[in-house]
Design a protein around this ligand. Structure first.
Ligand SMILES: [Zn+2]
Length: 317
């Protein structure tokens, strides 16, 4: 069997991770470098002179000019946490290195925290992944397909709880040699021209060529300045056609990712986050050695996402 480029690449080993992030001091220093690469700057007045205080375990910078205090974790996704950064970083390590994602239940066991705490960590980090993914648009040739979460795909009970069935679009950009680039997995309000147009406007660069099985709603990409190229499927299934090889591969990732790791979750409410985390991992499949640091950087730049905010449902396109 040929060596698989994704599977045989070096990741970040646990001993190496612990060598870099095994102590609270190391984690604080890494966070400080990410927030202030040139050293601390007061967010209020820009002054660099400061002194460091400890309030409990929290590291606080006090500005030497305006005297205002800034906590190391304020303004990041870690804001307000009572947990040690070493626990957060371990969560980032486990989530980023797990091939098919992790459930909050698995995190609870691995980190030795309560289930509600594991749920919060999990959702905050998935949200950081979603917000990172929102920065990028797909361009060039893009394979798309429509699918449902909570139906046959997720291994759920068919026909039960249809209100929990979420329509979503899977899309993968493909280069001139047919190699996959980046993927997007996005819940939509339905498979209508209007929803597809809104989706394309948010996720595709104008001028993209969208290859689909010809479902009429995909004509909606024209409204976002993209070209629709329907493939005649006839009585074959899109999954049997080479035109859809990569979008089918990504849909396979959704199936294994959700069936293996998430026993039950509210698809309707949190689909964007679960799908976004799968796309995040796919899009960094050749970067297993740096994906942990990348997710850490995403967590630092994602603002505070408190529990009540996380529990509110996001409205799809
Ligand atoms: Zn200041």
């Amino acid at each position: 069997m040929a060596m698989n480029r994704v599977q045989f690449q070096p990741g970040l080993s646990m001993p190496e991770f612990l060598r870099q992030f095994g102590t609270e001091e190391q984690c604080e220093a890494a966070l400080e470098r990410l927030r202030w690469p040139q050293g601390f700057r007061c967010p209020h007045c820009g002054e660099s002179r400061h002194c460091v205080l400890r309030v409990g375990a929290a590291k606080i910078f006090q500005c030497g000019a305006c005297r205002k205090q800034t906590s190391l974790i304020a303004g990041t996704v870690f804001q307000g946490t009572k947990l040690a950064l070493t626990v957060w970083y371990l969560a980032i390590y486990f989530i980023s290195q797990a091939k098919t994602g992790l459930s909050a239940l698995a995190l609870k066991r691995l980190l030795g925290v309560s289930y509600p705490t594991a749920w919060l960590i999990h959702h905050k980090l998935m949200q950081a992944m979603v917000e990172r993914e929102e920065r990028y648009l797909l361009g060039g040739e893009v394979q798309v397909d429509d699918a449902y979460l909570g139906g046959e795909l997720s291994g759920g009970t068919a026909g039960r709880g249809s209100e929990n069935k979420v329509p979503f679009l899977a899309a993968v950009s493909v280069d001139a040699d047919g190699h996959p680039g980046y993927a997007k997995l996005s819940p939509v309000s339905g498979f209508t021209c209007q929803a597809v147009a809104a989706w394309a406007g948010a996720h595709l660069a104008p001028g993209s060529v969208v290859v689909s099985d010809g479902l009429s709603c995909f004509g909606g990409v024209g409204d976002a300045g993209c070209e629709h190229q329907p493939v005649v499927v006839g009585n074959r299934k899109p999954r049997d056609l080479p035109d859809f090889l990569w979008v089918n591969t990504v849909l396979g990732n959704v199936k294994t990712g959700l069936a293996g790791a998430y026993h039950a979750f509210d698809f309707g409410k949190y689909a964007e986050r679960y799908l976004g985390a799968i796309a995040y991992r796919f899009n960094r499949r050749f970067k297993l050695d740096t994906i942990t640091q990348r997710l850490l950087a995403a967590a630092v730049t994602t603002g505070p996402r408190p529990e009540d905010w996380l529990r509110r449902a996001a409205a799809p396109c």
